[in-house]
Design a protein around this ligand. Structure first.
Ligand code: HEC
Length: 184
């Protein structure tokens, strides 16, 4: 039996159906590829997600803190955390001026381990990121919020910036929604 005979056995209608399914599959694959390679192609500039903060461990560390059981934020982020700021964010923190577009702050959280009467960093649990962009994130006070579980660029955890992040950060409106102040 040749390939054409086999096609004949399906009947012209089935073949047409298969072609349509094939076309559909190609379309889905192309859209998926476009959304991964160039999210703005599909969703428009306004929907570009918060960028993963590559190399944040080399940025300026502006604060560290250990939150123990009993603290009001223990449930949300008990553990050992550091806050890092990129250059634009450091300028704003130091000079106490408004954060410019491009400013990024990273909240890095580790579990705590008590060893030999010392509190040390355990596993890295999450990094929280705030990226200032008045165009892309105008719906959330000009800040984009994202959590990357275990600092993994593929494990994005935020589905609703206002509910999951601004619910607390809105209390810092007078400081452009940022808690941290610069410790000279
Ligand atoms: C339960 C309240 C609460 C929620 C919810 C919350 N934060 Fe925060 N966040 C804080 C507090 C308090 C600090 C300051 C910690 C410090 O002083 O060391 C902070 C600090 C930060 C910082 C460092 C910059 C700053 O404001 O000091 C980033 C980045 C951050 N949070 C990201 C996020 C993201 C992303 C979300 C949502 C997934 C989120 N936060 C949700 C309370 C919250």
């Amino acid at each position: 039996m040749t390939f054409l005979d086999a096609l004949g056995a399906f009947g012209a209608e089935d073949v047409a159906k298969m072609r349509n399914i094939k076309k559909l599959v190609y379309c889905v694959v192309a859209l998926l590829a476009a959304s991964i390679l160039a999210p703005d192609f599909l969703f428009g500039q306004s929907q570009l997600p918060v960028a993963y903060p590559d190399g944040y461990r080399g940025w300026e560390r502006v604060k560290s803190m250990v939150i123990l059981e009993g603290h009001e934020h223990f449930e949300a982020f008990g553990g050992f955390h550091h806050i890092y700021a990129n250059e634009q964010a450091v300028v704003a923190l130091k000079d106490q001026v408004a954060f410019a577009d491009g400013a990024v702050l990273v909240f890095e959280l580790f579990e705590t381990i008590t060893v030999n009467n010392a509190i040390v960093e355990g596993q890295r649990l999450v990094i929280g990121v705030m990226e200032k962009d008045s165009e892309r994130f105008s719906a959330s006070e000009n800040w984009g919020f994202e959590d990357f579980k275990e600092a993994n660029p593929r494990l994005r955890m935020v589905t609703d910036m206002r509910e999951q992040c601004l619910s607390c950060h809105a209390t810092q409106k007078a400081n452009d929604f940022v808690y941290t102040t610069y410790h000279r």
